[in-house]
Design a protein around this ligand. Structure first.
Ligand SMILES: NC(=O)c1ccc[n+]([C@@H]2O[C@H](COP(=O)([O-])OP(=O)(O)OC[C@H]3O[C@@H](n4cnc5c(N)ncnc54)[C@H](O)[C@@H]3O)[C@@H](O)[C@H]2O)c1
Length: 239
Protein backbone atom coordinates (compact mmCIF):
# COMPACT_ATOMS: atom_id res chain seq x y z
CA UNK A 1 0.00 0.00 0.00
CA UNK A 2 1.39 3.43 -0.84
CA UNK A 3 -0.50 6.37 0.72
CA UNK A 4 -3.86 5.97 2.50
CA UNK A 5 -6.20 3.83 0.42
CA UNK A 6 -8.78 6.38 -0.77
CA UNK A 7 -10.73 3.63 -2.55
CA UNK A 8 -10.80 1.25 0.41
CA UNK A 9 -14.00 0.00 2.03
CA UNK A 10 -13.28 2.14 5.10
CA UNK A 11 -11.95 5.24 3.34
CA UNK A 12 -12.81 8.39 5.29
CA UNK A 13 -13.74 6.39 8.40
CA UNK A 14 -12.20 6.64 11.87
CA UNK A 15 -11.82 3.41 13.84
CA UNK A 16 -10.90 2.94 17.49
CA UNK A 17 -9.39 -0.50 18.15
CA UNK A 18 -8.49 -1.58 21.69
CA UNK A 19 -5.60 -3.94 22.34
CA UNK A 20 -4.38 -3.29 18.82
CA UNK A 21 -0.74 -3.95 19.61
CA UNK A 22 -0.76 -7.73 19.34
CA UNK A 23 -2.47 -10.76 17.88
CA UNK A 24 -5.97 -10.33 16.48
CA UNK A 25 -6.03 -6.61 17.32
CA UNK A 26 -2.77 -5.94 15.48
CA UNK A 27 -4.15 -7.78 12.44
CA UNK A 28 -7.30 -5.65 12.62
CA UNK A 29 -5.35 -2.37 12.88
CA UNK A 30 -3.29 -3.28 9.80
CA UNK A 31 -6.39 -4.46 7.91
CA UNK A 32 -8.51 -1.40 8.77
CA UNK A 33 -5.66 0.94 7.78
CA UNK A 34 -5.21 -0.98 4.54
CA UNK A 35 -8.90 -0.39 3.80
CA UNK A 36 -8.37 3.37 4.19
CA UNK A 37 -9.49 3.95 7.81
CA UNK A 38 -7.63 6.24 10.17
CA UNK A 39 -7.07 4.11 13.26
CA UNK A 40 -6.76 5.07 16.93
CA UNK A 41 -5.01 2.22 18.74
CA UNK A 42 -5.93 2.14 22.44
CA UNK A 43 -3.29 -0.12 23.96
CA UNK A 44 -1.72 -0.37 27.41
CA UNK A 45 1.63 -1.74 26.22
CA UNK A 46 3.66 1.20 24.82
CA UNK A 47 6.15 -0.97 22.92
CA UNK A 48 3.36 -2.80 21.09
CA UNK A 49 1.35 0.39 20.59
CA UNK A 50 4.25 2.23 18.96
CA UNK A 51 5.29 -0.78 16.87
CA UNK A 52 1.88 -1.26 15.23
CA UNK A 53 1.58 2.44 14.46
CA UNK A 54 5.03 2.34 12.81
CA UNK A 55 4.01 -0.72 10.78
CA UNK A 56 0.90 1.10 9.54
CA UNK A 57 2.94 4.20 8.66
CA UNK A 58 5.50 2.07 6.80
CA UNK A 59 2.64 0.74 4.67
CA UNK A 60 1.42 4.28 3.94
CA UNK A 61 -1.53 4.21 6.36
CA UNK A 62 -2.61 6.44 9.23
CA UNK A 63 -2.70 5.18 12.84
CA UNK A 64 -2.02 6.74 16.24
CA UNK A 65 -1.33 5.10 19.58
CA UNK A 66 -3.24 6.28 22.68
CA UNK A 67 -1.99 4.96 26.01
CA UNK A 68 -4.98 3.29 27.69
CA UNK A 69 -5.82 0.50 30.09
CA UNK A 70 -9.45 -0.26 29.18
CA UNK A 71 -10.24 -1.46 32.70
CA UNK A 72 -9.53 2.02 34.13
CA UNK A 73 -12.45 4.43 33.73
CA UNK A 74 -10.35 7.62 33.89
CA UNK A 75 -7.90 6.31 31.27
CA UNK A 76 -10.77 5.33 28.96
CA UNK A 77 -12.36 8.78 29.26
CA UNK A 78 -9.03 10.51 28.60
CA UNK A 79 -8.08 8.35 25.59
CA UNK A 80 -11.52 8.45 23.93
CA UNK A 81 -11.70 12.24 24.37
CA UNK A 82 -8.20 12.60 22.89
CA UNK A 83 -9.03 10.35 19.92
CA UNK A 84 -12.32 12.16 19.22
CA UNK A 85 -10.55 15.55 19.44
CA UNK A 86 -7.77 14.35 17.14
CA UNK A 87 -10.03 12.91 14.44
CA UNK A 88 -13.27 14.84 14.90
CA UNK A 89 -15.46 11.70 14.85
CA UNK A 90 -15.45 7.98 15.63
CA UNK A 91 -17.21 5.73 13.11
CA UNK A 92 -16.19 2.27 14.35
CA UNK A 93 -15.20 0.89 17.76
CA UNK A 94 -13.67 -2.58 18.03
CA UNK A 95 -13.54 -3.82 21.62
CA UNK A 96 -10.73 -6.32 21.23
CA UNK A 97 -8.44 -5.92 24.28
CA UNK A 98 -8.51 -9.02 26.44
CA UNK A 99 -6.46 -11.26 28.70
CA UNK A 100 -6.54 -15.03 29.08
CA UNK A 101 -5.28 -17.20 31.94
CA UNK A 102 -6.15 -20.68 33.14
CA UNK A 103 -6.64 -22.25 36.57
CA UNK A 104 -8.63 -25.16 37.93
CA UNK A 105 -11.80 -23.81 39.57
CA UNK A 106 -10.60 -24.66 43.09
CA UNK A 107 -7.37 -22.69 42.55
CA UNK A 108 -8.87 -19.72 40.74
CA UNK A 109 -8.03 -16.74 42.94
CA UNK A 110 -10.41 -13.85 43.45
CA UNK A 111 -7.67 -11.59 42.07
CA UNK A 112 -7.40 -13.62 38.85
CA UNK A 113 -11.20 -13.62 38.51
CA UNK A 114 -11.46 -9.86 39.14
CA UNK A 115 -8.63 -8.95 36.72
CA UNK A 116 -10.21 -10.95 33.92
CA UNK A 117 -13.68 -9.51 34.49
CA UNK A 118 -12.16 -6.00 34.73
CA UNK A 119 -10.38 -6.17 31.36
CA UNK A 120 -12.53 -8.58 29.32
CA UNK A 121 -15.99 -7.38 30.45
CA UNK A 122 -15.80 -4.08 32.35
CA UNK A 123 -13.37 -2.76 29.73
CA UNK A 124 -15.95 -3.40 27.00
CA UNK A 125 -18.62 -1.61 29.07
CA UNK A 126 -16.39 1.42 29.76
CA UNK A 127 -15.30 1.76 26.15
CA UNK A 128 -18.85 1.31 24.83
CA UNK A 129 -20.19 3.90 27.24
CA UNK A 130 -17.50 6.46 26.34
CA UNK A 131 -17.53 5.95 22.55
CA UNK A 132 -21.33 5.64 22.25
CA UNK A 133 -21.53 9.13 23.76
CA UNK A 134 -19.49 10.43 20.79
CA UNK A 135 -21.48 8.31 18.30
CA UNK A 136 -24.85 9.51 19.67
CA UNK A 137 -23.81 13.07 18.82
CA UNK A 138 -23.11 11.90 15.25
CA UNK A 139 -26.33 9.80 15.12
CA UNK A 140 -24.29 6.95 13.61
CA UNK A 141 -21.62 4.38 14.47
CA UNK A 142 -20.73 0.70 14.61
CA UNK A 143 -19.47 -1.16 17.67
CA UNK A 144 -17.94 -4.63 17.34
CA UNK A 145 -17.13 -6.66 20.43
CA UNK A 146 -14.63 -9.50 20.20
CA UNK A 147 -16.21 -12.18 22.38
CA UNK A 148 -15.12 -15.82 22.15
CA UNK A 149 -16.48 -19.19 21.19
CA UNK A 150 -15.61 -20.16 24.78
CA UNK A 151 -18.23 -17.71 26.05
CA UNK A 152 -20.80 -19.88 24.28
CA UNK A 153 -19.51 -23.39 24.93
CA UNK A 154 -17.30 -23.09 28.06
CA UNK A 155 -13.88 -24.65 28.65
CA UNK A 156 -12.18 -26.34 31.61
CA UNK A 157 -9.93 -24.16 33.78
CA UNK A 158 -11.33 -21.00 32.19
CA UNK A 159 -14.41 -20.20 34.30
CA UNK A 160 -13.35 -16.55 34.68
CA UNK A 161 -12.68 -16.07 30.95
CA UNK A 162 -15.84 -17.91 29.85
CA UNK A 163 -17.96 -15.89 32.30
CA UNK A 164 -16.47 -12.61 31.05
CA UNK A 165 -17.02 -13.51 27.39
CA UNK A 166 -20.58 -14.72 28.04
CA UNK A 167 -21.10 -11.35 29.75
CA UNK A 168 -19.82 -9.59 26.62
CA UNK A 169 -22.52 -11.35 24.59
CA UNK A 170 -25.25 -10.18 27.00
CA UNK A 171 -23.83 -6.66 27.02
CA UNK A 172 -23.77 -6.68 23.21
CA UNK A 173 -27.44 -7.70 22.96
CA UNK A 174 -28.54 -5.07 25.49
CA UNK A 175 -26.52 -2.30 23.83
CA UNK A 176 -27.70 -3.33 20.36
CA UNK A 177 -31.32 -2.88 21.42
CA UNK A 178 -30.70 0.39 23.29
CA UNK A 179 -28.36 2.12 20.85
CA UNK A 180 -30.18 1.29 17.60
CA UNK A 181 -32.47 4.25 18.33
CA UNK A 182 -29.36 6.47 18.08
CA UNK A 183 -28.23 5.04 14.73
CA UNK A 184 -25.56 2.87 16.37
CA UNK A 185 -25.23 -0.80 15.40
CA UNK A 186 -23.68 -3.19 17.94
CA UNK A 187 -22.44 -6.68 17.08
CA UNK A 188 -20.24 -9.34 18.64
CA UNK A 189 -17.93 -11.77 16.92
CA UNK A 190 -16.98 -14.99 18.70
CA UNK A 191 -13.68 -16.21 17.24
CA UNK A 192 -12.48 -19.75 17.61
CA UNK A 193 -8.92 -20.48 18.75
CA UNK A 194 -6.43 -18.21 16.99
CA UNK A 195 -2.66 -18.51 17.25
CA UNK A 196 -1.65 -15.35 19.16
CA UNK A 197 0.50 -14.41 22.18
CA UNK A 198 -2.69 -14.63 24.26
CA UNK A 199 -2.53 -18.42 24.10
CA UNK A 200 1.10 -18.58 25.30
CA UNK A 201 0.09 -19.32 28.91
CA UNK A 202 -2.56 -21.92 28.11
CA UNK A 203 -1.29 -25.43 28.94
CA UNK A 204 -0.58 -27.67 25.93
CA UNK A 205 -3.11 -30.25 27.18
CA UNK A 206 -5.94 -27.72 27.01
CA UNK A 207 -4.79 -26.48 23.57
CA UNK A 208 -4.71 -30.09 22.31
CA UNK A 209 -8.21 -30.69 23.69
CA UNK A 210 -9.55 -27.53 22.00
CA UNK A 211 -7.81 -28.42 18.72
CA UNK A 212 -9.19 -31.96 18.71
CA UNK A 213 -12.75 -30.58 18.85
CA UNK A 214 -12.26 -28.32 15.80
CA UNK A 215 -13.65 -29.72 12.56
CA UNK A 216 -10.46 -28.76 10.69
CA UNK A 217 -8.20 -29.55 13.68
CA UNK A 218 -6.12 -26.40 13.39
CA UNK A 219 -6.12 -22.91 14.91
CA UNK A 220 -6.79 -19.77 12.89
CA UNK A 221 -3.92 -17.52 11.84
CA UNK A 222 -4.30 -13.99 13.21
CA UNK A 223 -3.83 -12.26 9.85
CA UNK A 224 -6.98 -14.03 8.62
CA UNK A 225 -9.12 -12.14 11.17
CA UNK A 226 -9.29 -8.92 9.14
CA UNK A 227 -11.91 -10.13 6.70
CA UNK A 228 -14.18 -11.45 9.44
CA UNK A 229 -15.02 -7.94 10.58
CA UNK A 230 -15.54 -6.53 7.11
CA UNK A 231 -19.31 -6.81 7.06
CA UNK A 232 -19.82 -5.47 10.58
CA UNK A 233 -17.43 -2.56 10.12
CA UNK A 234 -18.51 -1.21 6.76
CA UNK A 235 -21.65 0.82 6.19
CA UNK A 236 -24.57 -1.07 4.73
CA UNK A 237 -28.26 -0.54 4.08
CA UNK A 238 -29.04 -0.38 7.80
CA UNK A 239 -27.08 2.87 8.17
N1 LIG B 1 -6.47 -15.99 20.46
C1 LIG B 1 -7.60 -16.67 20.54
O1 LIG B 1 -7.62 -17.90 20.35
C2 LIG B 1 -8.89 -15.95 20.79
C3 LIG B 1 -10.09 -16.65 20.58
C4 LIG B 1 -11.30 -16.01 20.82
C5 LIG B 1 -11.31 -14.71 21.26
N2 LIG B 1 -10.12 -14.05 21.48
C6 LIG B 1 -10.21 -12.67 21.96
O2 LIG B 1 -9.61 -11.82 21.00
C7 LIG B 1 -9.07 -10.69 21.66
C8 LIG B 1 -7.61 -10.52 21.28
O3 LIG B 1 -6.91 -11.70 21.68
P1 LIG B 1 -5.45 -12.05 21.14
O4 LIG B 1 -5.37 -13.51 21.12
O5 LIG B 1 -5.13 -11.28 19.92
O6 LIG B 1 -4.57 -11.51 22.39
P2 LIG B 1 -3.10 -10.88 22.50
O7 LIG B 1 -2.63 -11.15 23.88
O8 LIG B 1 -2.24 -11.34 21.35
O9 LIG B 1 -3.38 -9.33 22.32
C9 LIG B 1 -4.15 -8.63 23.27
C10 LIG B 1 -3.71 -7.18 23.27
O10 LIG B 1 -4.53 -6.48 24.21
C11 LIG B 1 -3.70 -5.65 25.02
N3 LIG B 1 -4.34 -5.49 26.31
C12 LIG B 1 -4.50 -6.41 27.29
N4 LIG B 1 -5.13 -5.88 28.33
C13 LIG B 1 -5.37 -4.58 28.03
C14 LIG B 1 -5.98 -3.50 28.72
N5 LIG B 1 -6.45 -3.65 29.97
N6 LIG B 1 -6.08 -2.32 28.10
C15 LIG B 1 -5.60 -2.14 26.83
N7 LIG B 1 -4.97 -3.12 26.14
C16 LIG B 1 -4.87 -4.32 26.74
C17 LIG B 1 -2.39 -6.42 25.12
O11 LIG B 1 -1.30 -5.57 25.48
C18 LIG B 1 -2.26 -6.98 23.71
O12 LIG B 1 -1.61 -6.08 22.85
C19 LIG B 1 -9.28 -10.92 23.16
O13 LIG B 1 -10.45 -10.25 23.58
C20 LIG B 1 -9.45 -12.41 23.25
O14 LIG B 1 -10.19 -12.80 24.38
C21 LIG B 1 -8.93 -14.64 21.24
Amino acid sequence: MTGRNAGGRLAGQVAVITGGGSGIGRGLVLGFAQEGARVAVLERDPVRGRAVVEAVAAAGGDARWFDCDVSRAEQVTRAVTAAADEYGSIDVLVNNAGITTTAPLGELSLRQWSETIAVDLTGVFLMTQAVSGVMMGQRRGRIINIASQLGLRGAPQMAHYCAAKAGVLGLTRACARELVAHGIRVNAIAPGPTMTENLAGVPQGILDEIRSELPIECFAARHRCRGTLGRAATRDRYQ
